[in-house]
Write a protein that binds this ligand. Structure first.
Ligand code: SAH
Ligand code: SF4
Ligand code: F3S
Length: 488
C-alpha cells in the first residue's frame, strides 16, 4: 500500500536508473504514459487481471504484480474483460500445468479479436525450459514470459513489450536478489501474507519446487519486522509468515536467527493480534518453537504439518528425513504444549513403490493424529525429480481406490474433530460477506476453522466473539456473542 516514489516526479526522458527499486519506479512511470495514451484513445483506462494458481507464495507474488499494475494506472477486471491477463502459474502437479494451457486456449480467440490485448505468464511453470519451449512453439500469441526470480522486474518487462512487437522472455535460473519497497495490492485490508524466505533446499524426491524456486534464502529479519510494522500501521492485524520450510528460517543468514526467535520479535509488534505461518517441515520443527508456541498470546492455534506418508519406508524414499514414529512423537509433544491446537496436513497417495501395507500405515497415522483437515493428493510424476524415474510406479486404478478410502477417513475424522467445539464461544476475525448468504459474514477462528454467522459488512476486519451453534462438517454456523471493534 505504500509507495516510496511519486511517479510524476520521474523524468522518463532520462536514462533508466541502475539501482533498485528506483529503476522499477522509472519503468512504472513509463508504462503510465502508455496507459494515459490508451485512455485518450479509448475513453477508458485499460483493465488488467492477475490469475493465480498454486500456493500462498504465488498468491503473495500476485499481490506484487497487482500493486505494480495499479501504480501504472490499470484497473482490475475479470479474466474475460481484461486487456492484460497475467497467469501466475504453478507446476507442483501435472494438472496445474494442464489448467494453464486450457486458459490460454480460451484467450486465443479474444486476443485475435483485440490485438491490443496482452497476455503474460509467470511463476513456477516458467522455470521449466520444456514449458517455455512449448509456449514459444504453440502459443506464440503470449506477450511476456518471466519466472519466479525476477518478478520484481515486472514493470521493466511490460515497458519492454510496449516498446517492441516481440514476445519478451526473461527467465533466471536463481538469484540472491531481494528487492524491497515495491508496491503491492493486498487482497484483504486487515490480513496479509509476508514472505520470510524463498526457495527450498530439501529436495523431497517427488517435488519440483526446489528446481523452480531455487535455493533457500531467508529475508533479513529487520526487513521483515519493518514490513510488518508498516502493515500494522496500515490496519493489518493478522499476518501469515510464508516459506516452503519456515522451520529452517535464518540458518543461511550472516547472523543466524531461529524461526522461534523471529516469531518472538514479531509478537512484540503492536497492532498485530494473530500470527500464522506455513509451511512447517517436521524434520526442522524444534523444541524451542514448540515452547514459543505454547507461551505465545498471538501465534494461532493451528499447525500445518505435512506428513506426506505414514510409512517409514516410503518416507525414506521420499527423502523426508523422519520416520513414522518421529512424526507421531512430534505430534504428541505439540499437543502437550498446546492442548487445543488444530493440526492439518498434506498426504500423497501412490508414491512409487507404495504397497497396501504402506498405505495402511498412512491410514494409521490419520487415525492416530486425528487431523482437523488434510489436503490429499494423487502422486504426480514431475520430470526431473528422482521419483519420476523410480521403478514400481503404482497403477492408476490402485491409487484411485486408495485415494477414495483415504478421503473418506480424513473427512469422517475431520467432521468429528470439528464437532467438539459445538456450544463454545470463539473469537472470529471476520473476512468477508458469506458467499452463499448475503445476510451472513464469514471468518476464521484462531484454529483456522471457518465460521458463518448473521452480520453485515461493517464487521469485516473486526474480531467478534461468536457462539458456535451448529457444526456442518468442516465449518460452523454461529451467532454473535459480543463485538470488539478495535483491534487491541
Ligand atoms: N513445502 C511444503 C509443500 C509445498 S507443495 C512442504 O514441504 O510441506 C504442497 C504439497 O503438494 C506438498 O506438501 C505435497 O503433499 C504436494 N506435492 C508436492 N509434489 C507433489 C507431487 N509430485 N505429486 C503429488 N503431490 C505433490
Ligand atoms: Fe517440496 Fe519438500 Fe521443499 Fe516442501 S520441503 S517444497 S515438499 S522439496
Ligand atoms: Fe506451485 Fe510453485 Fe507454490 S510449484 S505450490 S506455486 S512454489
Amino acid at each position: 500500500m505504500y509507495n516510496e516514489t511519486d511517479l510524476d516526479k520521474i523524468d522518463i526522458a532520462a536514462e533508466p536508473p541502475t539501482e533498485e527499486p528506483a529503476r522499477q519506479y522509472y519503468f512504472m512511470a513509463k508504462c503510465r504514459e502508455w496507459v494515459k495514451d490508451f485512455e485518450q484513445k479509448n475513453g477508458r483506462l485499460p483493465k488488467s487481471c492477475v490469475v493465480t494458481f498454486g500456493c500462498q507464495m504465488n498468491a503473495r507474488d500476485s499481490e506484487k504484480l497487482r500493486g505494480i499494475l495499479r501504480e501504472t494506472g490499470y484497473v482490475e477486471a475479470s479474466e474475460e474483460e481484461a486487456d492484460f491477463v497475467i497467469y501466475n502459474t504453478c507446476t507442483v502437479r501435472e494438472n496445474a500445468n494442464t489448467r494453464v494451457y486450457g486458459r490460454l486456449g480460451q484467450q486465443k480467440p479474444r486476443k485475435k479479436k483485440n490485438p491490443h490485448m496482452m497476455i503474460g505468464l509467470c511463476g513456477c511453470m516458467m522455470q521449466e525450459p520444456e514449458a517455455v519451449e512449448k509456449l514459444k512453439k504453440s502459443y506464440g500469441f503470449v506477450d511476456i514470459i518471466f519466472g519466479t526470480h525476477n518478478i520484481y522486474k515486472f514493470a521493466e518487462l511490460v515497458a519492454a513489450r510496449l516498446e517492441s512487437d516481440r514476445m519478451v522472455i526473461d527467465i533466471w535460473k536463481d538469484t540472491d536478489r531481494i528487492v524491497e519497497n515495491l508496491p503491492n495490492e493486498r487482497k484483504y485490508a486487515f490480513k496479509s501474507g509476508i514472505n520470510i524466505m524463498s526457495g527450498c533446499n530439501n529436495f523431497c524426491s517427488y517435488c519440483i519446487v526446489p528446481y523452480v524456486r531455487g535455493r533457500e534464502r531467508s529475508r533479513d529479519p529487520q526487513a521483515i519486522i519493518k514490513e510488518i510494522r508498516r502493515l500494522a500501521a496500515d490496519g493489518v492485524s493478522e499476518v501469515m509468515l510464508l516459506g516452503q520450510n519456515v522451520n529452517s528460517y535464518g540458518k543461511t543468514l550472516d547472523t543466524p536467527m531461529t524461526f522461534a526467535g523471529l516469531l518472538q520479535e514479531i509478537e512484540k509488534i503492536d497492532g498485530i493480534r494473530r500470527i500464522r505461518f506455513m509451511t512447517s517441515h517436521p524434520k526442522d520443527l524444534s523444541d524451542e518453537l514448540i515452547e514459543v508456541m505454547g507461551n505465545s498470546q498471538k501465534i494461532c492455534k493451528h499447525l500445518h504439518l505435512p506428513v506426506q506418508s505414514g510409512s517409514t519406508d516410503i518416507l525414506e524414499k521420499m527423502n523426508r528425513r523422519y520416520t513414522k514414529e518421529q512424526y507421531l512423537g512430534l505430534v504428541e509433544k505439540i499437543r502437550k504444549a498446546v492442548p487445543d491446537i488444530s493440526l492439518t496436513t498434506d498426504i500423497i497417495v501412490g508414491f512409487p513403490g507404495e504397497t497396501e501395507a504402506d498405505f495402511e500405515e498412512t491410514l494409521d497415522v490419520v487415525r492416530k493424529v486425528r487431523y482437523d483437515s488434510a489436503f490429499t493428493f494423487i502422486y504426480s510424476k514431475r520430470t526431473g525429480t528422482p521419483a519420476a524415474v523410480m521403478e514400481n510406479q503404482v497403477p492408476e486404478e490402485v491409487i484411485k481406490r486408495r485415494f477414495d478410502r483415504l478421503l473418506k477417513e480424513v473427512q469422517t475424522i475431520a467432521s468429528q474433530a470439528c464437532a467438539v467445539h459445538e456450544g463454545t464461544v470463539g473469537e472470529v476475525l471476520v473476512e468477508s460477506i458469506c458467499d452463499h448468504d448475503p445476510g451472513m459474514v464469514t471468518g476464521r477462528l484462531s484454529n483456522n476453522l471457518l465460521v458463518h454467522f448473521p452480520g453485515g459488512r461493517e464487521l469485516i476486519g473486526c474480531y467478534v466473539d461468536v457462539l458456535l451453534k451448529e457444526c456442518r462438517g468442516f465449518y460452523y454456523i454461529g451467532e454473535m456473542h459480543r463485538t470488539q471493534k478495535a483491534p487491541v
